[in-house]
Every structure is written in C-alpha cells, then in structure tokens.
Write a protein that binds this ligand. Structure first.
Ligand code: HEC
Length: 156
C-alpha cells in the first residue's frame, strides 16, 4: 500500500488490484524496484512536513545537478508513510464525494515521484524537470482544493 487513503478504509483489495494509476492523470509507471511500500503511518501534518523536506532535497539536487540527491528525495516521497485510519475517516467524512479526488491528487504525487526516481536514475535532465514540476503542481493542487477544509477537522 502506498499513500492510498481509500485503501486503508474499505477498499484494500480493490486498491491493490487497481494499483496507483487508474484514477491518476499520469500514465502508468513501471514498478520501480527502487520504490517499495511502507507500513508506517504518520499524522497527516507531520507527513507533510516530511514531504516538504523531501522536496527541499530535490531542489538542492536541482541546483547542484546532483541526480543522486534528486533520486533520494523522490524515493522518499514515493515511500512516504500512510496517514492513520482515524484521520482518513475524518477526511472522508469531511470531503464526502470529493474524497476520491483527494485520493487522486495523492496518487498523482505518488506515481510521479516514482517516475522522478526513474528519470534521475536515467540521468534524464528534462524528464527530471518535468516530473518535479508535476509533483509540485500536485502538492499545491491538493492544498488549494482541500487544505482549508481539512486543517480545521484534523486538529493539531
Ligand atoms: C492529497 C492531498 C495533499 C497532497 C497531494 C499534498 N498535501 Fe500537503 N497538505 C495537505 C493538507 C490537507 C494539509 C493540511 C494539514 C493540516 O494542517 O493538518 C497539508 C499541509 C502541508 C504542509 C504544512 C504542514 C504544517 O506544518 O502545517 C506542508 C509543508 C505540505 N503540506 C507539503 C506538501 C508537499 C511538499 C507535497 C507534495 C510532495 C504535499 N504537501 C502534497 C494535503 C496534501
């Protein structure tokens, strides 16, 4: 399981079968051996702090043209912990039908991070830049759409 909120609730098998790509706008990625799932959970806000650190690492990699740093940051995003079930329940309740779209944002970020790992490993500079931009747009897209609503219900 990756960062799949719905999977934690009641669709674990369906989610596993569908993989991370059906609802995502990015094309399917080859499963990268560099990217494995984690079983950790973390409160969403802390998890986000970690994602921001990963993005910083990728940024530093971009300025120094350091593919290894980019790969590390991207892999960490792709492997990020899941949010705990009680928070998932709150998110689902708050967003209602929009929940699927929330999940979609997550899947895009997740899938694109895997693609960024691949691009960095291939030392494909334009691919790296493209994937980086897509990840950033995914982060900000979800924030713009849902952050205000969720901030209130998730509690600190
Ligand atoms: C699926 C939706 C979603 C995606 C994708 C997402 N975020 Fe977030 N993010 C949130 C929500 C919701 C909050 C507000 C959490 C809260 O305040 O409890 C948040 C908050 C944050 C915060 C503020 C944390 C704090 O200390 O208050 C940072 C930083 C952050 N996100 C970074 C990122 C980065 C970087 C990415 C992409 C790699 C990303 N997020 C992708 C939903 C998302």
């Amino acid at each position: 399981m990756k960062f799949r909120f719905s999977g934690l609730l009641f669709l674990p098998i369906a989610t596993l079968l569908l993989g991370g790509t059906l609802l995502s706008v990015s094309p399917p990625t080859d499963a990268s051996p560099a990217v494995s799932d984690t079983v950790d959970t973390k409160p969403l806000r802390l998890l986000m702090v970690g994602l921001a650190q990963d993005m910083s690492r990728i940024n530093t990699g971009l300025w120094h043209e350091d593919y290894d740093l980019i790969r590390q940051g991207a892999r960490s995003i792709a492997n990020h912990p899941k949010i705990p079930p009680n928070q998932i329940a709150k998110i689902k309740k708050t967003l209602g039908q929009e929940f699927q779209n929330f999940v979609r944002f997550d899947k895009v970020v997740h899938g694109t991070a895997s693609e960024l790992v691949t691009a960095a490993e291939a030392r494909n500079w334009s691919g790296v830049l493209e994937k980086y931009t897509q990840i950033r747009d995914g982060c900000v897209g979800c924030h713009t759409a849902y952050r205000d609503q969720l901030q209130h219900v998730l509690g600190k």
